[in-house]
Write a protein that binds this ligand. Sequence first.
Ligand code: FEC
Length: 312
Amino acid sequence: KQAMTAVLLMAYGTPSEQADIEPYYRNIRHNHANPNPPKALLDELTRRYLAIGLPSPLARITQAQGDGLQALLDEEAPGKYRVYVGLRYIEPFIAQTVERIVADGAERIIGLPLAPEYSSFSSEGYHNIVRAALKEHPDIDYAPVKSWWRQGELIDFWSQQLEDLKALTDRPDTRLLFSAHSLLRRIIERGDPYGREVTDFAKAIAAQAGLRQDQWTLAWQSAGRTKEPWMGPAFESVARELVAEDGVKTVISASIGFVAENLEIRYDIDITLKKIIQDEGGRLIRLSMPNDDIKLLKTLRSTVLDLEEPQG
Ligand code: FEC
């Protein structure tokens, strides 16, 4: 019988109905002194989810990414890989999925966070949950994937969309605005490579699309609602300034830290950022997210295959 390798895709997870929002939020706040969200914050989060409609598209997209990757790996090595999904803050929790993988008899688990840039908060957080769940199964080999934005066709996925908009990107009153999720500044100050990773990814996309340095900028989005300082500048203030002060008419948004449409895309960009730009008299064009695009699936496939030991 052929040895089975489990590919564990790990993502944030999203509430599927309104009643899930509170426990989900409590899980996100697990490391707070009081994980129970204050009513005002819970109401505010509920309002945002209802504005985009529940369930957020994220649940369906994560599943489609898993199914698509399974199909590509089956073409490559029939029966060798089984793709699983484990979520950080809602069922199926990562630890539950690890138990399923163990019961299915895997000898090896490849842990692949659905976040292309490495950070100690996101990527390493996912891996630590798996490592803890595997403490009782020391015979199972764990291969954690760190950053994977350089792999496969992900740079191409983004740069191709920019090349398709060449007539627009070449205009002096157009600016490309890259963004990724902000993190607590103290995480970066401890030496986390996240900021550098996102910057290098943005540079690689811009270079491949043939854009000069002065045609794009990078800012941070969706900082949490906590008192501690977060990485900046925030993309709302950058976008406002571009349109109000720098004569920019069209802002092209490329949110390169996520791989799926989620609350941060559908609300923070499609509603909030768009309104800020329109209020200043500009317009926003948001590039498509990878979702289950074949270029993303091929990227995930090469990330998995590149981890394998050389044959022979
Ligand atoms: O349901 C959806 O469609 C959106 C799911 C979702 C994704 C996501 C991705 C990231 N987050 C990251 C960092 C933080 C930090 C905090 C934090 C808080 C929230 C809250 C919600 C939420 N996040 Fe999230 N994030 C998603 C959803 N995130 C809801 C709580 C309400 C709010 O603050 O808006 C602060 C935690 C704390 O309070 O202690 C830090 C990072 C990513 C991208 C990497 C990844 O996907 O793993 C980094 C999707």
